[in-house]
Design a protein around this ligand. Structure first.
Ligand SMILES: [Zn+2]
Ligand SMILES: [Zn+2]
Length: 350
């Protein structure tokens, strides 16, 4: 099989060839049909998260090993199954849930494999879909996509589940108050689309790039705001008629988190998803006095993936723009994303 691997942090991915694995036990082998290029791949590729103050959180310290085949947004066709893999057969097209845990600890048994202390996430801690084949340890990670086009279904594995998980944390105000979404890249447009599918009241989208703000307006945002404006927080407060009940920050930079905190109404909630990096100082009395919540949101559970696919079956697949590229163009695709040139999502089609 062929794959494009990170062999050295930040250096171009290298074409590797190795024997195609034969599934044993509950394993399932897929031929990759679509592999989304996600923004978090840029962090994995570079090898660190910026944690503010000039400090870095290294991914190798979190257990990421090189060489690594990235790619965690995958749709594939089943080409071989292990003797104990039940419920799938050769020829099935499946979306791969990549947020694997050990499957055995209390956290995993509760259904929150994404929070397992020994994560095995596909494309992060084990080989992903920037390849022609992908080995999945158990059929429970495979989801039927029905007639959905593979390149539109693939982004549901990360961008979809991540924004769905964040939107669920908004709670009951989702249907009653506009939500503020910071960032109108692939994640932002996915969030906007799922917000509508979930019966959301309206969305105000914040992005520094006028092209991305325009894309957000076209995708149904009720208002868009430029965060570099000196009165950006005031604009958000006005657009939400007194302050935001919920801000989903898909960027997660010092400035965006600060802007979000400045825009919250009493009782409001900030949900941080983005991994841009930085740090903030918050006066502790503002938590009780303003009764605010700051919550992190990281991907989602197998149950949430099933819910998301059910939502998509009922309401249609999110209509974010998708551009396809051959697998061999993975380095160009990553560089396009890094340069901020991508509207919507790039998907590799091996
Ligand atoms: Zn576990
Ligand atoms: Zn991702």
């Amino acid at each position: 099989m062929k794959s494009y691997d990170v062999c050295e942090c930040g250096a171009p991915l290298r074409l590797m060839e190795r024997p195609t694995p034969k599934p044993t036990g509950t394993e399932v082998l897929l031929k990759v049909i679509a592999a989304g290029v996600c923004h978090s791949d840029l962090h994995i590729w570079e090898g660190f998260y910026d944690i503010g103050g000039g400090k870095r959180l290294k991914l190798t310290d979190r257990g990421v090993k090189l060489p690594l085949t990235m790619g965690h947004e995958n749709v594939g066709e089943v080409v071989a199954v292990g003797p104990d893999a039940k419920g799938v057969k050769i020829g099935d097209r499946r979306l791969v849930h990549p947020w694997l845990g050990c499957g055995e600890c209390a956290v995993c048994r509760r259904g929150d494999e994404q929070f397992c202390r020994t994560p095995f996430s596909i494309g992060v801690f084990r080989a992903g879909g920037y390849a022609d084949h992908l080995l999945v340890p158990h059929p429970r990670y495979l989801f039927d996509i029905g007639n959905l086009p593979p390149e539109r279904a693939a982004p549901l594995a990360c961008s979809g589940i991540t924004t769905y998980g964040a939107l669920k944390k908004v709670g009951s105000s989702l249907q009653e108050e506009p939500v503020v979404i910071i960032g109108a890249g692939g994640l932002g447009l996915m969030c906007l689309s799922l917000h509508r599918a979930m019966g959301g009241k309206g969305a105000i989208v914040v992005d520094i790039d006028p092209v991305k703000r325009e894309a957000a307006r076209k995708a149904g945002a009720q208002a868009t705001i430029d965060p570099s404006a000196a009165d950006a927080a005031k604009q958000i407060t006005e657009a939400t008629k007194g302050g935001a009940w919920a801000v989903i920050d898909l960027v997660g930079a010092t400035r965006t988190v600060q802007l979000a905190l400045d825009s919250l109404v009493k009782g409001g909630k900030l949900i941080i998803v983005g991994l841009f990096g930085g740090d903030i100082t918050v006066p502790t009395p503002s938590f009780p006095l303003r009764a605010i919540t700051i919550q992190g949101s990281y991907v989602g559970s197998l149950t949430e993936m099933a819910e998301l696919l059910d939502l998509v079956r009922r309401k249609g697949v999110p209509d974010l723009p998708v551009g396809t590229r051959p697998l061999a163009a993975v380095n160009e695709a990553l560089n396009e994303l890094k340069a901020g040139k991508v509207i919507g999502r790039l998907v590799l089609t091996p």
